[in-house]
Design a protein around this ligand. Structure first.
Ligand code: ASP
Length: 431
C-alpha cells in the first residue's frame, strides 16, 4: 500500500487533478490519497486556505464576507466543472452557513481540505474518510497518537480519501496542524498503515541541496536520511513540515518527495539507512530575519535561560555562554521586560540570518574550517559558528544582507562532497 499526499499546487485546478488521477492509476498500490486544499494556480492567485481564514476573520468582525466566499465557491465550482462533476453546492452552502454561524478559524480553514477531499472522493469513486473522525486531539490540542493510529488503521484499511491538515476533539471541535500540516496527516496515515512508501507529491522535483532561487542549478538530492530531512526542515528548508518526519521515521516507512508534474522523476528518497559510513554534506539552508539578544550577568544565566524557555518566545537558539545568555529569536521579537531587567546589561542586534550546512559526520569533512574559509573568502564574517557534537549540522550567524552570497559560497565550497545516491534496496518498484 502507498499513501499519496498531494500539495495545494498539484491540486490547484482540474488539469492538475487529472494528472493526479493518472499518477494514482499507474500503480494499484496507491490506495490512500491525502489532499491539501487547492493552492495557487499562478503567482497572483490565492490559496483557498488563506481565503477561508479571511472569510472567518471578516465574519468574526461582523463584516460582510460574501465577496470572499464567492472566490472560494467559484474555485470549487470551476474544478468540479472541468472534472465533469456537478457543482458541490450543498457542501459549499454548509461551509457558508458555518461561517455565518460564527464557527472558529480552525473549522473555517479545515473546510478547504474537507471540500477538496469530498470532491476528489467523488471524482475517483473512492471512500471519503473525514479526518475529524480519525485524527484525534485532546482538549489542549495535542494529538492523541495511539487512538489516531488505531482509527486510521481501521478506517483506511481498504483505501480512501483522507483530507489533510485537520482533526477533531472528542466533542467534535476541529483542530488544525500548523500551516502546511497536510504533510503530517499523510505521515500519520502512512505510519498507521505501515505503508510501503509515503509519497508526497509537490510542485518541485524533490529536496534541493540549496534553494534554487539562491543557487541556480542546485542539485536535487536523490537520497537522504530522516535525520537529515528533519535537520534541514528545522533549520529553515520549507520542503515539508518538520513534524511530518517523526511518524514515518518511527514506523520505518520510506518517504518519497516527488514532482506531481513529472511522474518519471524519482524525486528524493528519505529513509533510515545510510548505506555506508560516508561523511557527506546534504544541503545548505537557513533563515533570515533573526534578532540576537545578549543578556550579560552569568550568575543569573541559568535562571534567565529557564525564564526564556518557559516563555513563548520564537526561539531559534539559546546558548549559555561564558558570561552571557545569548538568545536568537525569529523576527524582531522583543524580550519580556522582566527578563531584560534581570541582566546586568542587555544588547540587541537585528537583521541577522542563520546559514546552515546539514549532513552526516561533518567533523570528518573539516566542514567548520571549510565553511568559515568559504564565508571569509566571500567577505562575510560570521558572528558565531556552531557545530554540535554529532556533526549533523553547522550553523553560522551572519548579517542578513550576506545570506544569499553566503549560501552560494557554501554550496560551491562543498561541491565535491554532496552526498551521492545510496543503495536502492529499500525502494519499492519505482513507478
Ligand atoms: N491548506 C493548508 C495550508 O495552506 C494545509 C496544507 O496545505 O498542508 O497551510
Amino acid at each position: 500500500m502507498r499513501v499519496c499526499k498531494f500539495g495545494g499546487a498539484p491540486l490547484a485546478d482540474g488539469a492538475a487533478i487529472r494528472k493526479m488521477e493518472q499518477i494514482l492509476k499507474r500503480e494499484p498500490e496507491r490506495r490512500v490519497l491525502v489532499p491539501s486544499a487547492p493552492g495557487k494556480r499562478d503567482g497572483r492567485d490565492e490559496k483557498i486556505t488563506d481565503l477561508l481564514y479571511a472569510c472567518q476573520a471578516a465574519a468574526a468582525a461582523g463584516r460582510n464576507f460574501g465577496h470572499l466566499f464567492d472566490r472560494v465557491a467559484e474555485r470549487y465550482r470551476e474544478i468540479a466543472h472541468s472534472l465533469g462533476l456537478p457543482p458541490p453546492d450543498s457542501n459549499l452552502r454548509a461551509v457558508y452557513a458555518g461561517l455565518k454561524d460564527g464557527r472558529d478559524a480552525a473549522w473555517a480553514a479545515s473546510r478547504g481540505e474537507w471540500l477538496c477531499g469530498r470532491l476528489l472522493a467523488r471524482y475517483l469513486d473512492w471512500p471519503f474518510v473525514d479526518a475529524a473522525e480519525v485524527i484525534r486531539f485532546d482538549t489542549a490540542g495535542r494529538l492523541k497518537f495511539q487512538e489516531t493510529m488505531e482509527l486510521l488503521r481501521h478506517r483506511l484499511r481498504g483505501g480512501g480519501v483522507l483530507p489533510g491538515f485537520y482533526g477533531a476533539e472528542e466533542n467534535g471541535a476541529i483542530h488544525t496542524f500548523a500551516r502546511g500540516g497536510s504533510d503530517i496527516t499523510g505521515a500519520l496515515a502512512a505510519a498507521a498503515l505501515n505503508a510501503d512508501v509515503y509519497e508526497n507529491f509537490k510542485d518541485v522535483a524533490g529536496v534541493f541541496a540549496a534553494d534554487p532561487a539562491i543557487v541556480p542549478g542546485a542539485r536535487c538530492v536523490a537520497d537522504m536520511t530522516y535525520r537529515e530531512l528533519r535537520a534541514l526542515s528545522r533549520l529553515g528548508a520549507q520542503v515539508i513540515s518538520e513534524a511530518a518526519v517523526a511518524p514515518v521515521r518511527a514506523a520505518g516507512v520510506p518517504l518519497n518527495i516527488r514532482p506531481a508534474d513529472d511522474p518519471a522523476h524519482p524525486g528524493t528518497w528519505v529513509h533510515a539507512a545510510f548505506g555506508g559510513d560516508v561523511p557527506r554534506v546534504t544541503g545548505v539552508t537557513g533563515r533570515g530575519g533573526l534578532t540576537l539578544w545578549r543578556l550579560e550577568g552569568i550568575e543569573k544565566g541559568p535562571e534567565m535561560a529557564r525564564a526564556a524557555l518557559n516563555s513563548d518566545l520564537p526561539l531559534e537558539r539559546l546558548a549559555l555562554d561564558a558570561d552571557a545568555l545569548c538568545l536568537t529569536l525569529r523576527g524582531r521579537a522583543e524580550l519580556p521586560e522582566a527578563l531584560v531587567a534581570q541582566a546586568d546589561q542587555a544588547r540587541r542586534q537585528e537583521g541577522l540570518a542563520a546559514l546552515s550546512l546539514v549532513g552526516e559526520d561533518l567533523s570528518r569533512l573539516d566542514a567548520a574550517a571549510r565553511f568559515s574559509a568559504a564565508l571569509t573568502a566571500a567577505g562575510i564574517r560570521p558572528l558565531s559558528l556552531h557545530l554540535p557534537p554529532d556533526g549533523q549540522y553547522l550553523t553560522a550567524v551572519i548579517p542578513e544582507a550576506d545570506y544569499e552570497k553566503g549560501g552560494r559560497a557554501a554550496y560551491e565550497a562543498f561541491n565535491s562532497c554532496w552526498g551521492g545516491s545510496l543503495s536502492g534496496a529499500y525502494r519499492p518498484a519505482f513507478r
